[in-house]
Design a protein around this ligand. Structure first.
Ligand code: MSP
Length: 533
């Protein structure tokens, strides 16, 4: 198979494929919002993008949950999947593929991949003894367990003892190759704290892991021994590859790897780092396939300082949150307030304060106030000023000229909070600029040209801010753009390609005196803090 590296021309990225044992919670929404922001940013750069999300439906956890509900596993999965689809719609997630591990074409990919690894001699039969966490779908070392035989992530569930015949994957064989990978490509695992975790884990010596089950029916049968089903993680990681197939493609590895492969970015939470940064590359090495470019493990969300979890009953329903505050508010809070890679907290009062301060006051009022001044001082005509009339020393232009590049670096590093801060810096400087320049006084003194220069500089800064924030708050940015007279909607579907290329729109000075402005309207309503809080 001849696979050409497409990572420079195209950009394929993935969210984890979510377990369907329950309806989505805010943790699943978090990764997906981040992935969507990355995808949208790459699209602005003009790159063809493929955003893959989906659901992980096999395995014991799902089988048991379905049994508890008195349903066949496939019926149960079919009931849960629409909840994910609905949430992604509500959150304005522009995904390109929704990969379900129960899809028939996925079965074909798993069989072909399994065959390659089998022929390589990397699968053998053995006896698996150990403690299994069904919620993680993972064997745990005894030393990793808490008191009462509970795993660190699912502290309310006991692990289960297993002693059974399984097939194993020769992970240990790839120890050196993996170590070389981490050394040669230090950017492979990010952020660096996660890379260190992986280096530490691998340095303790890798053990082969079992990739089949005899006690679970809900899975693909193992091609070489159908009494066994394929371990859910072996199957699920491969669904990233299946998702690369176009609708009309035959389900073969060759077709799947033809257009978007290797994948540029796997976005995951820190609990599933080992699978993505150790097992997955080793599986690909065994199958003789190129590796993804980057694996980024983000932190966990907590609520009011406590770890969020079903057992504590403190999870947040993302649907309710979006219904109450809107998609942009939710996207903005989680991406701006939490450093991507670190754990982060949700607190409703802080949520409201951040949105009021940044979106309602700093950004929203700036646009509104400025458009109203344009109305008053220029009769709603665009100020008769061009970019060239504004000196480079103008404080807003000085910030604006290098902003696009800085924000690009921040998005590429997945530092969404930094991207927002950089943009807010221009927004705050614009508010200060109006106060200092006092166009109302200039107007009174008959200095019309100076008034128009001030208003131009601020309008242009708001435009640039809206553009650079559009991957995070696409609806607010679209409203700003429309009030500035552009027929651009950042929520247009990717196939219709938004005509707002980064090369022109991310540069300060794009507005011209010919622009026809729209009517000023509030873009983000202040949220009142509930009295009983
Ligand atoms: N099915 C596997 C992934 C297979 S990928 C081939 C899985 N699914 S999951 O639904 O349990 O978790 C999906 C993602 O949600 C993980 O990246 C996990 O880190 C993330 N989160 C679950 N709870 C979370 C928080 N409280 N906070 C942030 N993210 C968390 O694992």
């Amino acid at each position: 198979m001849n696979i050409v590296d497409k990572t420079k021309e195209t950009f394929a990225l993935t969210t984890p494929l979510y377990y369907v044992n329950d309806i989505p919670h805010i943790g699943s929404a978090y990764t997906t919002m981040a992935a969507d922001a990355v995808a949208r940013f790459q699209r602005l750069l003009g790159r063809p993008v493929l955003l893959i999300t989906g659901t992980d439906e096999h395995g014991q956890k799902i089988q048991r949950t379905a049994e508890e509900k008195g349903l066949q596993p496939h019926e149960f999965c079919d009931q849960i999947v629409p909840h994910f689809v609905q949430l992604w719609q509500k959150l304005d997630i522009q995904y390109d593929r929704f990969s379900r591990t129960t899809a028939e074409r996925h079965h074909a990919i798993v069989k072909e991949f399994f065959q390659r690894v089998w022929e390589k001699g990397d699968i053998y039969q053995g006896q698996q003894k150990g403690w299994y966490c069904v919620s993680c779908e993972e064997y745990k070392e005894e030393r990793e367990l808490l008191e009462g035989k509970r795993c660190l992530i699912h502290t309310n569930k006991e692990v289960e003892w297993r002693d059974e015949e399984n097939y194993f994957f020769r992970l240990s064989k790839y120890q050196q190759q993996l170590e070389a990978l981490y050394q040669e490509r230090p950017e492979f695992i990010q952020p660096s704290s996660r890379r260190n975790e992986v280096l530490n884990f691998v340095s303790q010596g890798l053990q082969d892991f079992s990739i089949s089950r005899v006690n679970v029916d809900w899975g693909f049968p193992m091609p070489t021994d159908p009494k066994h089903t394929i371990y859910v993680w072996f199957d699920a990681l491969l669904a990233y590859v299946t998702a690369l197939l176009d609708k009309e493609d035959k389900p073969t590895l060759e077709a799947a790897l033809n257009k978007w492969y290797p994948i540029n970015l796997h976005l995951i939470g820190k609990d599933i780092l080992r699978f993505h940064a150790v097992y997955w590359p080793a599986m690909l090495m065994s199958a003789g396939l190129p590796l993804p470019q980057r694996v980024f493990g983000h932190g966990f969300l907590t609520k009011d300082g406590q770890k969020m979890g079903k057992s504590l009953g403190n999870t947040i329903d993302p649907i309710a949150l979006v219904d109450k505050y809107g998609a942009d508010a939710v996207r903005y809070y989680f991406l701006k307030e939490i450093e991507f890679g670190k754990d982060g907290d949700f607190n409703e009062t802080r949520f409201i304060n951040v949105l009021n301060a940044d979106l309602a006051n700093d950004l929203g009022n700036l646009l509104n106030r400025n458009l109203n001044m344009v109305k008053k001082y220029c009769g709603m005509n665009m100020p008769q000023v061009e970019n060239a009339d504004i000196p480079n020393e103008c404080s807003l232009k000085a910030i604006g000229l290098s902003l696009g590049e800085q924000v690009q670096n921040a998005y590429e590093a997945l530092a969404f909070n930094q991207a927002c801060e950089l943009v807010l810096n221009l927004v705050r400087a614009s508010n200060k600029f109006i106060d200092e320049q006092a166009p109302w006084t200039l107007y009174k003194n008959g200095q019309q040209q100076s008034v128009e220069k001030v208003l131009y500089a601020v309008l242009e800064s708001v435009r640039l801010a809206a553009y650079l924030l559009s991957p995070i708050i696409p609806s607010v940015s679209s409203q700003i753009y429309q009030q500035l007279g552009f027929e651009i909607n950042f929520n247009d579907q990717p196939e219709t390609a938004i005509n707002a290329p980064f090369a022109t729109h991310a540069t300060w000075g794009f507005l011209t005196s010919k622009q026809k402005l729209g009517q000023p309207q509030p873009i983000f309503k202040r949220i009142e803090i509930p009295k009983n809080d």
